[in-house]
Design a binder for this molecule. Structure first.
Ligand SMILES: C[S@@+](CC[C@H](N)C(=O)[O-])C[C@H]1O[C@@H](n2cnc3c(N)ncnc32)[C@H](O)[C@@H]1O
Length: 262
C-alpha cells in the first residue's frame, strides 16, 4: 500500500503519492513535461509554470492521483441513505432542494453514485442538486462525458445500470437525465468556492494529500459553504482529529462523518 503526502507547487496543493514512489513519479512526470516543452532544466520549467496558468493545470493533471470508483466505501452511501437524508428531511420540515457537493470528484464516479442514490431514495416534491468539482481538467472532461468502459462499472448494482446508463460500444454512458442533476466545475480547493448553503459535502480521499495547514484551511472553507445542521463526509482513512475546526464528529451505525451542528 502506498502512503501519500502533499505536493505543493507555487502554493497549489495537489494530491500525489509519497515516498518512496513520489520522487520517482514526480521526476518522471517532470522529465516528460520538459521533453514535451523542449526544455533542459527544471528551473526553466518552473518559470513557465509560474507564468502560464494552462501549463500549471497540465502539470497538475500529470501529477495528481485520481483513483476512484462507483460506490467507493459503500458504508458512506448507507449512512447517506439511512441517516443523513432522513435527518435533513426532518430539519428542513418543508420539502425543498437538497444541495450536495462532491469536492475532488475525479472522473465522476462519486457524484454519479450520489445522483443515482438520491434518485432512488428522495421522493418528490423533494429535489436535489449536485455540484462536482476537481482541479484536474482531464478528469472533469471524463466526468462530464459520463462514458465508462466495462471494467469501470464494477460496483454498480445491475438494476441501477439498467436504469441510469445506456449500453454503448465498449461500455456504458450515463443517461442525460442523471447527468442533468450534476454541475461539473473546475475548482481548486485552495480557494473559496463561493458556494453556500450546502446540505452535504463529500470530500473523500483528497485532503489526505494536503499538509496540515492546507487541510485545516480547506475544512474551514467547507464550514463557510455549508448550511446549519449540514453533514461532511471525508475519506475513511482521513480524520479531523486534532484539527482546529468546529465540526462535530458523528458515529452512526453505518459510518463516521461530521456535522456543522449550529
Ligand atoms: C483520489 S481522488 C478522490 C476521488 C473521489 N473523491 C473518491 O474518493 O473516490 C482525489 C482527487 O482530488 C483532486 N484534487 C487534488 N488536489 C486538489 C485541489 N487542490 N483542489 C481540487 N481537487 C483536488 C484530484 O485531482 C483527484 O481527482
Amino acid at each position: 500500500m502506498s502512503v501519500y503526502r502533499p505536493c505543493s507547487v507555487d502554493g497549489i496543493t495537489a494530491a500525489m503519492p509519497s515516498a518512496p514512489t513520489n520522487r520517482s513519479i514526480l521526476e518522471s512526470r517532470l522529465k516528460e513535461r520538459l521533453r514535451e516543452k523542449g526544455l533542459n532544466s527544471v528551473k526553466a520549467y518552473i518559470e513557465i509554470v509560474k507564468k502560464d496558468k494552462e501549463e500549471m493545470k497540465a502539470f497538475l493533471d500529470s501529477i495528481t492521483t485520481n483513483l476512484t470508483r462507483f460506490f467507493r466505501n459503500q458504508a458512506h452511501f448507507d449512512a447517506l441513505e439511512k441517516f443523513v437524508i432522513p435527518q435533513i428531511k426532518s430539519i428542513k420540515k418543508v420539502p425543498g432542494t437538497i444541495r450536495i457537493w462532491s469536492a475532488g470528484c475525479s472522473t465522476g464516479e462519486e457524484p454519479y453514485t450520489i445522483a443515482m442514490l438520491m434518485k432512488e431514495i428522495l421522493p418528490p416534491p423533494w429535489t436535489y442538486e449536485i455540484i462536482a468539482s476537481d482541479i484536474s481538467l482531464k478528469c472533469l472532461m471524463t466526468a462530464k462525458e459520463g462514458f465508462y468502459s466495462e471494467n469501470r462499472i464494477v460496483g454498480i448494482p445491475d438494476s441501477y445500470l439498467v436504469k441510469y446508463f445506456d449500453k454503448v460500444k465498449d461500455g456504458y454512458k450515463v443517461k442525460p437525465e442523471l447527468q442533468a442533476k450534476i454541475k461539473f466545475d473546475y475548482h481548486n480547493l485552495k480557494n473559496d468556492s463561493g458556494i453556500r448553503n450546502l446540505d452535504v459535502v463529500f470530500c473523500r480521499n483528497v485532503i489526505i494529500y494536503f499538509d496540515e495547514a492546507a487541510q485545516t484551511a480547506v475544512i474551514n472553507r467547507f464550514w463557510d459553504s455549508m448550511a446549519s445542521k449540514s453533514f461532511l463526509f471525508i475519506g475513511h482513512s482521513e480524520s479531523l482529529f486534532g484539527m482546529d475546526t468546529k465540526f462535530e464528529f458523528l458515529k452512526t451505525e453505518w459510518a463516521t462523518l461530521y456535522q456543522k451542528n449550529i
